[in-house]
Design a protein around this ligand. Structure first.
Ligand code: NAD
Ligand code: ZN
Ligand code: ZN
Length: 337
């Protein structure tokens, strides 16, 4: 099978011809139809974070395809079903987090395309308990970006407890951000979109953002404050500066939701006095659960969301990374097989 492989941090990925993996006990073998490019895959290939993957590995955690074969202990009924392989490759199923609907916090989790091989390949194996079925009303091309970008931003809006008429600032209108704008609107928020690229802001406007701010030419803190401040600020940019600006845009009672993962374990200054008197919450949010993803698919099947994605071939993986890093991708890039 054809696969894009990270052979070393910072090196271009290599297209290799590898044997199709065998599904082990509890696993399914999936023939990939679409596989999204998440910015996390670029961080993985660069070794950007404190916990690093071990090359050689196949990135990718927005994989959608058909179950071709099952391993021991998995029902053959799954064969032929269309499923999504998310970031959460498996979790223990028994810890306090797994049994309370927070499997995303399981300390024994493995991560697709990071600690185990992922979806930049014609085939992948995945834990049968971790994959999520894709309903008929959602194309594989749309399902791929929803599998990380969708579920992550849906969860971020959920944990922020946005209520109607609250003001939600979204920093970073990329793969994640273009969906965050839509989920914030779905729950009744007034949305401010912040990015550095005029095209991304144009897209945010088309998707219903009430205010757009170009952080390259304007101070987002000033612009957001003038418009009434942010009750919730969701940060999806891989830039510490955006997190600082988001914090300073908040109203009293505001919630800062940290989602983007800048390199080098970046940190921001959170002033204690203002945080205490302002009743500010700082929330970290990591992807979403299988149930969250099922909800994301259901909303999409019902026509409530729009996925903006462009098709690429796996051979274009390195140019595609450059497009995303250069801010030139409209929103998501998806490899199709
Ligand atoms: P992306 O590259 O598609 O989007 C990032 C956007 O941020 C781009 O539009 C870019 O122009 C914009 N941006 C960059 N600097 C900015 C700044 N200073 N101010 C405003 N906007 C700025 O990336 P993506 O795939 O949407 O992922 C975004 C981040 O989220 C990555 O760091 C990724 O690793 C992380 N991520 C986190 C989770 C999680 O569960 N917490 C899940 C998926 C991705
Ligand atoms: Zn992702
Ligand atoms: Zn667990």
């Amino acid at each position: 099978m054809k696969a894009a492989v990270v052979t070393d941090f910072g090196k271009p990925l290599e297209i290799q011809d590898l044997p199709v993996p065998e599904p082990g006990p509890g696993q399914v073998l999936v023939r990939m139809e679409a596989s999204g490019l998440c910015h996390t895959d670029i961080h993985a290939a660069h070794g950007d974070w404190p916990v690093k993957p071990r090359p050689p590995f196949i990135p990718g955690h927005e994989g959608v395809g058909l179950v071709q074969a099952v391993g021991a202990g998995v029902s053959e009924d799954l064969i032929g079903r269309r499923i999504a392989i998310p970031w959460l490759g498996s979790s223990c199923g028994t810890c306090r987090y797994c049994v309370s609907g927070w499997e995303t916090l399981c300390q024994s989790q493995v991560n697709s395309g990071y600690s185990v091989d992922g979806c930049y390949a014609e085939y992948a194996v995945a834990d049968a308990g971790a994959v999520v079925q894709v309903p008929d009303g959602v194309s594989s091309f749309d399902a791929a970006p929803l599998t990380c970008a969708g579920v992550t931003t849906y969860k971020a809006i959920k944990v922020a407890n946005v209520v109607p008429a609250e003001r939600v600032a979204v920093f970073g209108i990329g793969g994640l951000g273009h969906l965050a704008v839509q989920y914030a609107r779905l729950v009744g928020g007034f949305v401010t979109a912040v990015d550095l690229e005029p095209d991304k802001l144009g897209l945010a406007h088309k998707l219903g953002a009430d205010q757009i701010v170009n952080a390259r030419t304007h101070d987002p803190v000033e612009e957001i404050r003038q418009a009434g401040g942010a009750d919730v600020a969701v940060v999806l940019a891989a830039s510490a500066k955006a997190f600082e600006q988001a914090y300073r845009s908040l109203n009293r009672g505001g919630r800062l939701v940290m989602v983007g993962l800048p390199a080098d374990n970046a940190s921001i200054n959170v002033p204690i006095f203002e945080t205490v008197l302002g009743g500010i919450s700082v929330i970290g949010s990591i992807v979403g659960t299988r149930q969250d993803l099922a909800e994301v698919f259901a909303l999409h099947a019902a026509g409530r969301t729009q996925v903006i994605a462009e098709q690429r071939r796996l051979e274009q993986v390195n140019e595609s990374f450059d497009e995303v890093l250069g801010g030139r991708a409209e929103a998501r890039l998806v490899f199709e097989f």
